[in-house]
Design a protein around this ligand. Sequence first.
Ligand code: TXA
Ligand code: MG
Length: 321
Amino acid sequence: MADLCGMRAKIGTDVHEAAVLLRAGEVVAIPTETVYGLAANAFDEAAVLKVFAAKRRPSFDPLIVHIGERARVNDVVSELPPGAKELMDAFWPGPLTLVLPKRPEVPDLVTSGLDTVGVRMPAHPMALELLRIIGFPLAAPSANPFGYVSPTTAQHVADLLGDRIPYILDGGACNVGVESTIIGWEADRWVLFRPGGVAVEEIERVVGGVGAALKKILPAAPGMLESHYAPRKPLHVGDIEPLMLRFPDQRIGVISFTSRFLAHRCEVLSPQGDFGEAARHLFAALRSLDTSDCEVILAEPFPEEGLGRAINDRLRRASAR
Ligand code: TXA
Ligand code: MG
C-alpha cells in the first residue's frame, strides 16, 4: 500500500465525485442503512483487490454485491430459487442479502471462489442514487479494518480507514446499525448464514421455515468467524451485576438494553426497550466505550428474538478471543 502513504480521505456528500472515483477503479466508502461499506466496481478485479488491501481482509471472506435496481440482479445471479422473487419484493431495498448462484462474469475474488454470490439492494437514498449513476454493481464489505467494530457514521470510517481511501460519501448515521441478514438456498430450502437487520421471523412469514446453514464456508464460514466486530478492550457478555463484581478494581463500561447501571460509564441502547433503536446504537456504543478510559466492557445479552438475535450474534463474536 506504499502508493497510499499520506492519503487522507475527503468526507463529502457529492455522489458524482464518488462516481468518478469508482469509475476510475478507486475505492469509496458509502453509506447504507445498515453500516458503511467500502465499495468498488464488482466487475473490476483490480478495484476489488484494493478493498481487500484497505481492510486487510483475508481473501477467503467473500464480499456482498450491491445493486441499485431489482432488475440488475440478473447481471450477477444466474438463477433465482423458489421464493427469491417474493423475498426481494418483501425486503428490497433493505437489509437482506441473498446468497444465490453466480454468473461467471462475477470475479472469483468477490465470491472467494464460491459458485454463489451474496447480493442486496441497500435502502439508502445516496447509495441508490450512486448505483444508478454508475450503472455497475458495487462489491462492498463493511468499512472497518478486518475484525473490528463496523462503522455507522462517516467519521467512524475516517477514523478507521481515512489514511487508506480517497473519499467517504457521508450519508449520515446508519438507521439500522447492524449488518444485513444473510440467507441462502441450500438443499432445497432457505438457510440462515448471518442474523441481521431483517428479523428471521419476518423472513419466515414470506418463505416458511428458515434452516441453519449446512455448508461451512471454508476455511472459515465468512462473516461467521468466531472473533469479529471486536473492540480492543476486553468485552464480557452476561448478567451485568454479577459480572461487575468480577472487576472490582477496574473502570467498567456497561452496554445495557434498557436499564442504567452504576458503572464508570453506561451506554443504555434503548430506554424504551425498542430492538431497532438498540441495534442502531450498538456499534457506536461499543466504539465509544472502546475509545474511552474504561478498562473493561460488560454487555448484557438481549432476548433471543427479532433483532435481538443479530445483536446477540455481534456481542458474542465481539467478546470472543
Ligand atoms: O449490511 C451489510 O451486509 C454490510 C453493508 C455494507 O452492505 N456489508 C457487510 O459485509 O456486512 P461484510 O463483508 O462485513 O460481510 C459480508 C459477509 C461475508 O463475511 C459472508 O459471511 C457473507 O457476507 N457472504 C458474502 N458472499 C457470500 C457467499 N457467496 N456465501 C456465503 N456467505 C457470503
Ligand atoms: Mg463486516
